[in-house]
Design a protein around this ligand. Sequence first.
Ligand SMILES: O=C1C[C@@H](C(=O)O)NC(=O)N1
Length: 447
Amino acid sequence: MQKFLIKNITIVNDGKSLPGDVLINNGRIEKIGSNINTNGSVTEINGENKFLLPGVIDDQVHFREPGLTHKANIYTESKAAVAGGVTSFMEMPNTIPNALTQELLEEKYTIGANTSLANYSFFMGTGNDNSDEVLKTNDKRKDVCGIKIFMGSSTGNMLVDNYLTLDKIFSESEVLIATHCENERIIRENLERVKAENRPLTAADHPIIRDDINCFESSFAAVQLAKKHNNRLHILHISTAKELQLFTNMIPLKDKRITTEVCVHHLHFTSDDYARLGNLIKCNPAIKAPFNKEALWQAMLDDRLDIIATDHAPHTWAEKNEPYEKAHAGLPLVQHSLSLMLHYVKQGKISIEKVVEKMSHAVAECFQIENRGYIREGYFADLVIVDMNAPTTVNKSNILYKCGWSPLEDFTFPASITHTFVNGNLVYGNGVWDESNKGMRLRFDRD
Ligand SMILES: O=C1C[C@@H](C(=O)O)NC(=O)N1
């Protein structure tokens, strides 16, 4: 394996940004220090005026393979991820067929092993009647990131609305349960009410139909179930101020039984953006009124919200441009999540250390990922070099998603991701790709 020495870079890790050198050997971070010298062949990278970050770990992506590969596949989207500084991802089960058996789940791991440029893990899916199969994941808790439950409907019709199924899975699961929390009854009632107005519906109706109360009711139910059975619950894409009362920052992350994710689109867009972007930003849970965005920022900064992710959900341009009710929900973001957060660093809204905490360290802690998420000697060399003074504009020619579009087109980020190492391999360096190595299956340090 090629050996790399990154010289004179600012290393962002564990709440600090310090100058130093990093030696990468045999896939791992061999040494962190100042004035590291090596004899023998080593590829030196000048890190002056640049920042070294641990690779981003995105715990919620939809890469659409198998079955929906007209939208995306694991190869294309993992490549986009790596270009954006994401070195590991956890992928959702609403592929076709839904990942509802251990066999189907393992088929996804095989595709990951053969084609993914980033490290990967796949969630086990839940239906209303596959609880015995779901609970077999207990035996794989070191090899599978968790169980995903759609408590509200979304792409792929994987809604679990049978309370007995939910209660059984919560009572017997020994693995992390990740939930999409929305309340189907409230969504349907809202939809009926808006339809009764007899006017054409538009994307601006989305946060009225999928409203704040709908999210709160479902998150509340998930929290109650987790408290009843003392589960390790992780609630995905929190999108409302109202839900925040359910979460605390009084418990250190490593001791929390209930953790939360906020997504970059809920930190960036608001309902004001429907006028400009329409269905392109239709997603579930919906992007909501501006006061929610401000509350989410506050809660993320004060650690009531634990991690930042994307819910990367690519759909084709044609699928997004259907009339509102038929337009598919979800937006592609995995290539631009880190860049977007670095934009907010430049704006002074968040520090670069906090970005690293929320997108790398805390994700590794939440899922107990082995030897990743930090810049530490002995850890896997999943690393990203960032130039904070090299603006890049999102446009069709540099979007790597198979769907070929982004809700951030024409947006200029102040920073560029110049290099991404995955397991010590320089997969992406100054626009040059080395695709000869594939990512690894994530392992979890769980008892
Ligand atoms: O939960 C989800 C699923 C996702 C998708 O398209 O798979 N799209 C969404 O907007 N939310």
